[in-house]
Ligand binder design. Sequence first.
Ligand code: GAR
Length: 222
Amino acid sequence: MSVKKLAVLISGGGTNLQAIIDATSQKKINAEIKIVISNREDAYGLVRAEKHGIKNMCISSKNLTDEEYSEKLLEIFKKEEIDFVVLAGFLKILSKDLVMQYKNRIINIHPSLIPSFCGKGYYGIKVHEKAIEYGVKVTGATVHFIDENADTGPIIEQRTVDVDDFDTPNTLQLKVLVIEHEILVSSLKKLCNEELEVVGRRVIKRDVKRGGKDEKGIDKRL
Ligand code: GAR
């Protein structure tokens, strides 16, 4: 099986990027990071990439529409022959055209249990502020494929953490980041090993197929 070529898109500190850098350099994932792209010049994730000798660049989104920005990304993905794109704290919306061209090949990490606390305006610390404000007792993280709307694509993996009485948005963010790193790496591992299959909204393990599926693609044994 070929080693998959990844593009990792970031907007900030890049702790999720670091988890991918560590996992690929320890050969835990059948992939190499070909390029890291940030829409912000000051994103610390660019420094992380540089330190590990990974090609990186800032493409500023200033004065560009989502479509124009995505066109620039698409050009780079094609040039670098990218197999999979990881949105690792990337806070921009991709165009429909880019999403269509890379259908089921772009994944995103989100710091809540989708469909809670997600969609437009829910990003970074805001997600945890809303979870605390609402009073939920569990929250978590989700890795999902990107579709044409915000945070609505098929879910690959989710994990929970408890919200304790003493938690603040900041402590919750730190707890959730730990599990983000874990599920992002494990989802990428399965993706790069070609183990995933999307059936409707469900992401299932490809080898389930061996049992045979009905006309809706559901395993007959289920
Ligand atoms: C992470 O918590 C990620 O889930 C979140 O931004 C943070 C980036 O942290 N993404 C979103 O909120 C997307 N809607 P990092 O730069 O340290 O990986």
